[in-house]
Write a protein that binds this ligand. Structure first.
Ligand code: SUG
Length: 446
């Protein structure tokens, strides 16, 4: 075993955080379409979570937001002239395209990439594959900046490799770590990597959802496992239950979460529950770990309640005493079945003995809970020292980022504000300053 710690890289919410209803299949995104957002509060809520978890001794870092609007996208779609003209024309002719170019969706870093720690890979380096997110226009270009950001943070080529995203075609739909979980005895051990896909491109007989899209394919997961040099005995590919995708479970992390040897999941999460557990148990036997499954049945919590509370979009964090804390959004306490379930869970004497609750309502209204906001990267001490240190969350960095948010972010953003060219100037100015705060000059020179 190589001692390692799991860093959570939380996305810093960008200055143009807004609700545009862009994610068909994501119920919260659709329900809050065109309501006003509060980018300042959104960023502060995210920072409060990072600060508290860092204070509690969990390894915590920050992923910077992306430059907005995406002028390259707007210009590639035929909007011409100065930046201000591009914005005005796009707003007049297609406000939805402008909203896509303005989405702050990179805040959900669980979709930034899939990460395989060095204990799992053939060459002993930490591998990252930025997710192509090709199912949604507003997310399909994130991977370019995600790759640039990850390469800036994990620059040491002896220890880290950041691949290019998979080809951006439906056959390789990739949503990153939201559909990926490592299961092992300790974070530094070789682990079983579980990949959960929504559909199979090259098998027309495989089940698929009917109402909402399955964003992630088996072919994408297999390609990532190959790129990362995973041992075939330790990579498990399982299908998400298409019926739950049709009930608004657009990523596996909305219905299941794993940490160390624990898998916390809803009985309806997988297309074949028994086969999924059998495969995991078998593969985990090879790495000396025993699966501890915490199964929530429909009688205790319905899929609808799981989706509206984000019971499974929670973070399971290992504490030094060997127990785990579950990081939940406030919504979990507001839905009776979920609150009751959680009360029983922490009193059960099982691995989870504590809830850490946060108000993340600004993110939740777009379908992003605690787990969406973080990308897990397990690093040995030597790897942790080799990454860029300016993104590691400390009290000093927290204070600097709060001051930066308060200086630059609006506290009210209406859909029509995206047509105001001044917003783009504000975002640009803020991000130029952020490069300095994080010590990442040129981060946005894509
Ligand atoms: O891809 N919402 C995101 C939420 C991502 C949640 N991530 C995880 N489950 N890991 C999405 O659907 C909404 C944007 C809008 O409608 O304005 C959005 O992109």
């Amino acid at each position: 075993m190589h001692p390692a710690r799991e860093f959570n890289f939380d996305g810093l919410v960008g200055p143009s955080h807004n609700y545009a209803g862009l994610s068909f299949g994501n119920v919260a995104s659709f329900n809050n379409v065109k309501s006003a957002s509060n980018p300042r509060l959104a960023a502060l809520q995210g920072l409060a979570k990072m600060r508290e978890l860092a204070k509690r001794g969990f390894a915590q870092a920050v992923m910077p937001p992306q430059d907005r609007p995406n002028f390259r996208l707007l210009r590639s779609l035929g909007f011409t002239g100065s930046d201000a003209e591009v914005i005005s024309k796009a707003y007049k002719e297609s406000p939805v395209i402008l909203a896509c170019a303005y989405s702050a969706s990179p805040m959900w870093t669980a979709n930034a990439a899939t990460v395989s720690p060095s204990a799992d890979t053939a060459d002993g380096r930490v591998h990252f594959t930025p997710a192509n997110l090709n199912n949604k226009l507003h997310r399909a270009f994130e991977h370019l900046q995600s790759a640039r950001t990850l390469r800036a943070i994990f620059a040491d080529a002896q220890r880290f490799v950041v691949h290019d995203a998979l080809p951006g075609t439906p056959a390789f739909g990739d949503e990153g770590a939201a559909n990926h979980t490592r299961l092992c005895a300790h974070h530094g051990d070789a682990a079983v990597e579980m990949f959960v896909y929504g559909r199979v491109e090259f098998d027309a007989s495989a089940p698929a959802p009917r109402r909402y899209p399955a964003r992630h394919t088996l072919e994408a997961s297999q390609a990532v496992a190959r790129l990362h040099g995973l041992n075939a005995d330790r990579a498990v590919f399982v299908q998400q239950n298409p019926d739950v995708i049709d009930q608004g479970v657009f990523h596996n992390d909305v219905i299941a979460v794993g940490n160390a040897n624990v898998l916390f999941y809803h009985e309806q999460a997988f297309a074949d529950e028994q086969d999924t557990l059998a495969q995991l148990r078998n593969a985990m036997g090879g790495v000396g770990a025993e699966l501890q499954a915490i199964r929530v049945d429909t009688g205790a919590v319905s899929v609808a309640d799981a989706v509206s509370s984000y019971l499974f979009n929670t973070q399971l964090l290992s504490k030094p005493d060997g127990k785990m804390a579950l990081v939940t959004p406030h919504e979990c306490q507001e839905i009776t079945s979920v609150a009751r379930y959680l009360d029983g869970l922490v009193k059960s004497g099982g691995p989870v003995d504590e809830l850490i609750q946060f108000d993340l309502r600004q993110s939740m209204r777009n379908g992003g809970g605690p787990a969406c906001l973080r990308l897990r990267v397990a690093l040995t001490d030597a790897e942790a020292s080799a990454m860029h240190q300016g993104v590691v969350m400390t009290e000093t960095l927290y204070q600097k980022l709060v001051a930066w948010v308060e200086k630059h972010y609006r506290d009210h953003l209406e859909p029509q504000d995206l047509g105001d060219p001044q917003l783009a100037v504000e975002v640009h100015t803020a991000l130029q300053e952020l490069e300095q705060i994080l010590g990442l000059p040129g981060l946005y020179d894509l």
